[in-house]
Design a protein around this ligand. Sequence first.
Ligand code: ASP
Length: 598
Amino acid sequence: MNFRKRTHNCGELNPTAIGKIVTLNGWVARIRDLGGLYFIDLRDRYGITQLKISPDKKEIYEIALKLRNEFVISATGKVIRRESINPNIPTGEIEIDVDELQVLNESEVLPFNIEEDVKASEELRLKYRYLDLRRRVMTKNLTIRSEVYYIVHDYFKRYNFIEVETPILMKSTPEGARDYLVPSRIHHGKFYALPQSPQTYKQILMVAGLDRYVQICKCFRDEDLRADRQPEFTQIDVEMSFITQEDIFTISEGLFKEIWKKILNIDIKIPFRRFTYDEVINLYGSDKPDLRIRNDLTIKELTEIFGKSNFNIFKNAIESGELIAGIRLKNSPEKKIEITRRVIDGYTEFVKKVGFGGLIYLKIDETGKISSPILKYLSEEEINSLLKKFAIENGDIIFILTGDRNKVLTTLGLLRNKIAEDFKLIDESGFEFIWITDFPLLKYNEEENKFEGEHHPFTSPRADHIHLLDSRDRKTLESIRAVCYDLVLNGNEIGSGSIRIHKPDVQKKIFEIIGLSHEEAEKKFGFLTEAFKYGAPPHGGIAFGYDRIIAILCGLKSIKDVIAFPKTVSATSLMDDCPSYVDDKQLKELGIKIEKKK
Ligand code: ASP
C-alpha cells in the first residue's frame, strides 16, 4: 500500500535501498553535532534510522539547528551507505542524506528521558504513559500482546468458536469479589454492576445453543489491590457445550502450544502434567506450585514417624490431631548451598511471622554428623526413619513444622518458594504448565460461620460426589470435590474453569448449602435458573488471564508493563487522574448524595 506522507518507516531501510529517494516521519530520538555535521536518530514504532544533515544545505541546516528531542519531523533524502556501521539495529548500514526537512510538531522539554534503561519513577512513567510507551521495550510488549490477540482469534475460529460480546453494564456476577457499580440515572436507586466475568452470559449463550463461545474481554473486580493485581483485567473467556473436562484441556493445550510456538518459537510439551488439588497441597503446600524449582523440595508428612514420640511438641501435635511435616533442601550434587546459622534464623523468623512458634531443623554436615536442637529428644529409630523418608545425603537439611494441617502445608509451601528464590533454584528459562484438578467444591468461612463456593456457585460437583450434597456434616461437605480446574504456569494461576451444573435440583442443593435462600437465589440468579428450565445443555468452560500470560511471554514479572494504561496499587490512573469528583449536577441526576468521609 502506498501512503502519502512517508515512503517508508524508520525500521525497514537497508542497503538494498541505497540510491533511493525516501521520506520518513518520526520523532527525534537523539541529535549529535559532529563539528557542524548533524546526525539525527529518527524513531518511530518500527525502529530508528539515522539522518545526516550537512551545513552546506543551508536552508535545512537552519531547521536542524532548532530541533530538540521528541520533535516530530518529516525528512526526505537519498539513502546512502553509512560510514560507521551500527550492527545493533537493522537499519545500521544506511543513513539518509537529507534534502528536505520539515518540523511537523515541537515538543516541550520532557519530564524524563525516553531511554530503554528508564530511570524515571513508576509514578512519572504512569503519569506520562504516552512517553513511556515510546520506549522500544514497551512498544514490543504491546506488539506481543497484539500478536497474541490475532493468534487467539485465529485459533478459536479454526475450531468453530463464535465470538460474542457480552454486556459491560450488567447484573452482578458471582465471582466472589466486590462489584464495581454504576448508578442508573433513569432508575434512581438501581445499579448496574461491571462484569467480574461474563460467567452468567456465557452459560446463557450455551442455553441459546451457540455451542462454542470465546471472547477476549475485560473483567472488573473491586478488590484490595495487591502489588501485581489490576482492578480491570483481560481474560480469554471460553465456554463449550456437550464436552468433558478432557475436551477443555485439549482445546486449551492446543492454544498454548500455538502461542508459544508463534511468539517464542518454543515447542511446549502437551498434554500438560496433571495433579489433583489434594496432591499439590500435600506435595507443594500451594495450589499453584512452581515446578521449575529444581531441588526436589517437596513436603513430606512425618506424623507417622513421630507417632510415639517422647518429644513434647510432637507428642502434643499428634494428640491434638495436628500435622507434622517437613521439607528437605538437598545439597547434592552441586554442593553449593551453604546453610549458615543466619539462613536458619532467617527462615525461623519467616515462619514466626505467619504465627508459628519456631522452625525445627535437622542438618547433616559433609561428614554425616547431625546437628539439631531437638536431636536429644529423638530416638535413634525416629532419626533413621526421618533420614530414610527424605533419602538424606550429607550436606542436606530438613525443616519441620507442626500445627494446623493447612497452615503447616501452606507455610512449608511459602518456605519452599523462599528457599528456591534465595538459592536460585528456579530454572528461569523453563515453562512448566500444569493442570490442577478436583478442587474442593465448598470452603468454610470461619468468620461468617458458613459455607461458600470455592469457585462460583455454578461449578459442578464430581458425579461420584453429588450424593454427599445431602449431608450437613462439615467434614463431609469439605470433602466434596468439584469438576473444577486451574491451569498453572511457573507458579502463576493463568486459567481457571469448571464443568457447570445444568440440573436445577443440584443447583438448588448448592444454593441451600451456601445459605442462599430460594428468594435470594431468585433475586440474584433467577434469570439464569429460569433459562436453565428450557433445555440447558451440559456445558463447561474456562477463562485465561491475558495480562499474566503476556507478561510471562515477555519475560516480565509485572503485568503493568503489558497493559497500555494500567492503574496504581490504589486503583488510580495517574495519567487522566481517575477516579475523580463529578459535578453536583451529575450527582443530582443520579439521585446520589456524597457523605463526607469521617
Ligand atoms: N468465570 C470464571 C472466572 O472468571 C472462569 C470460568 O469458570 O470459566 O474465574
